[in-house]
Design a binder for this molecule. Structure first.
Ligand SMILES: *[C@@H]1O[C@H](CO)[C@@H](O)[C@H](O)[C@H]1NC(C)=O
Ligand SMILES: *[C@@H]1O[C@H](CO)[C@@H](O)[C@H](O)[C@H]1NC(C)=O
Ligand SMILES: [Zn+2]
Length: 285
């Protein structure tokens, strides 16, 4: 999704920080560079981080994995104080979007922490000292525990960023998803306020790339049943076809950049890829 919200000028600025934050190393046959994901149109810059799965199980649907969630609520003293009802509703939507789209994961709240810290609340972008300090202080659990940090990312016009499964071993304390507290269901960031930002970011956390990864050529997102896309979609451009021959753009896929209301799908190939990567890298809870 344009998991950026209309601060157009910011995307340019962001290109350099996306590149700079491209750290993390995964091993899968060969050594690959796997940057943590940073959300913006400029994240297209980060299109070299590709991981080939040596042997993906084919055909059989993987058993559902139960993911414990630690939600770290950051606030500035007044803004950001999500209620437990808001947290429960966002996790209900996350659970529902995964099960409705046949993604083999369920999510259960294990722990909520609450921290007042304006610096973390407004400045926890990928690669910053605020990100490191916040995560070092709050993160808990193993590779299979999902740590969420709800903050305000408006200074960079972002909706969220996430780390990939293969990045865990080299930077365990950085693992997780940082996202805009106003993107939750009923939040103020319309048209990104139905909860799909978290669904999308968790899609990265289980190992998925954007559907527009790599544009029209090459391996794209390394999933064969998501037609290639030349660029991120925005709004809900049903029927769009930016790469000839591969089928219509998957604008309803959670790993595109469409509006929340437009997104409801993961493909079967994405489910297979996510299950394989999590079996490989997120075995320990
Ligand atoms: C998600 O679904 C699982 C399985 O149905 C359930 O056990 C769990 O409580 C649900 N979590 C939330 C937050 O709704
Ligand atoms: C469930 O998936 C169908 C398509 O398979 C979609 O039309 C519907 O909007 C989805 N519902 C939810 C709640 O995501
Ligand atoms: Zn993304």
């Amino acid at each position: 999704m344009v998991r950026i919200f209309s601060f157009a000028a910011v995307a340019v600025l962001f290109a350099s920080s996306a590149a700079a934050a491209a750290t993390g190393r995964g091993k899968c046959g060969t050594t690959l560079t796997l940057p943590s994901e940073l959300e913006s149109k400029a994240a297209e810059v980060v299109k070299t981080h590709k991981l080939k799965i040596a042997s993906m199980p084919s055909g059989s649907r993987a058993a559902s994995r139960s993911v414990p969630v630690n939600w770290h609520v950051i606030d500035d003293g007044s803004k950001g104080k999500l209620t437990s009802a808001q947290i429960a509703e966002q996790l209900r939507v996350l659970n529902l979007s995964y099960s409705n789209a046949s993604m083999p994961f369920t999510f259960t709240l294990a722990k909520t922490t609450r921290t007042t810290n304006s610096d973390w609340f407004y400045n926890a972008f990928g690669g910053t000292s605020q990100e490191s300090a916040m995560k070092s202080a709050l993160r808990s659990g193993g590779a299979g525990t999902l740590n969420l940090y709800s903050v305000d990312l408006s200074a960079q016009g972002l909706l969220g960023y996430a780390t990939f499964p293969s990045s865990y071993s080299s930077a365990p304390s950085k693992d997780g998803v940082v996202f805009e507290y106003r993107s939750i269901p009923g939040g103020s960031l319309a048209p990104y306020n139905l909860g799909a930002t978290l669904t999308h970011e968790v899609g990265h956390w289980v190992g998925l790339y954007h559907t527009f990864q790599g544009g029209c050529s090459g391996n794209g997102d390394f999933v064969s049943d998501t037609p290639a896309e030349a660029s991120p979609a925005s709004g809900c451009p049903k029927g769009r076809d930016t790469c000839s021959g591969g089928g219509l753009d998957p604008v309803n896929n959670f790993m595109d950049y469409s509006d929340d209301a437009c997104m409801y799908a993961f493909s079967s190939g994405q489910a297979t890829r996510a299950a394989a990567l999590c079996n490989q890298y997120r075995a320990s809870v």
